[in-house]
Design a protein around this ligand. Structure first.
Ligand code: B4P
Length: 190
């Protein structure tokens, strides 16, 4: 199974991907996690990404594509993958298309988790208290939602126009949302 998980910040992509990876037995590739690992390791890339992420802006397409190509060169992605947090703009959608073509594969489903902004703000405020992520401050969350509307929503529209989009209601308990996703992709049984 090759799955692309889409949705606004705080829509539950990372949360559900962590469960889906065990269910589908494929690696979870989160561009946010890859970037946060670079930040934690203090690499030059991480230093560059740190302030951009804290502001809630998107890190450059070039950096993201390099990281993604590197991750996809690992053998474990041959069994499939759950891609979480990419693509976030139309240029990234084109880059993903080209990368998958080069690998001779296509994704099986692009799933959008749909959650209203009010719920998103509440969730991320909860995570800010629990984990203290710099980009979960109210100001940064507002900015991330704007970035999502301006840059990522066109990706959703693009996949919808090309009949490649499956929309799943992301409001509910973790189990409820998980059950909806596996039903939508026809993988209720692992
Ligand atoms: P991400 O790491 O992708 O962060 P995110 O959008 O907030 O999603 P995340 O997966 O962490 O949260 P989730 O919705 O699961 O990106 C962070 C930053 O990295 C970006 O702003 C950008 O700067 C950079 N970046 C990443 N990818 C990039 C790209 N492709 N191009 C450029 N820059 C990129 O969960 C949020 C909260 O909701 C959690 O606290 C969770 O517990 C809670 N939650 C989840 N499901 C719930 C439910 N059903 N009910 C109640 N709460 C729930």
């Amino acid at each position: 199974m090759r799955l692309v998980l889409l949705g606004a910040p705080g829509s539950g992509k990372g949360t559900q991907a962590a469960r889906l990876k065990d269910h589908l037995q494929v690696p979870h590739i989160s561009t946010g996690d890859l970037l946060r690992a670079e930040v934690a390791a203090g690499t030059p890339l991480g230093l560059e990404a740190k302030t951009i992420m804290a502001r809630g802006d998107l890190v450059s397409d070039e950096i993201l594509l390099g990281m993604l190509e590197d991750r996809f060169s690992r053998e474990d992605t041959q069994s499939g993958f759950i891609l979480d947090g990419y693509p976030r703009n139309l240029a990234q959608a084109a880059a993903l298309d080209a990368l998958l073509k080069k690998l001779g594969v296509q994704f099986d489903a692009a799933v959008q988790l749909e959650v209203d902004n009010e719920q998103i703000i509440e969730r991320l405020a909860g995570r800010a208290q629990a984990e203290g992520r710099a980009d979960d401050s109210p100001e940064s969350v507002r900015h991330r939602l704007n970035v999502y509307d301006q840059q990522t929503a066109p990706v959703i529209a693009f996949y919808r126009e090309h009949d490649q989009l499956t929309v799943v209601d992301g409001v509910g308990s973790l189990d409820e949302v998980f059950a909806r996703i596996v039903k939508a992709i026809g993988r209720e049984q692992a």
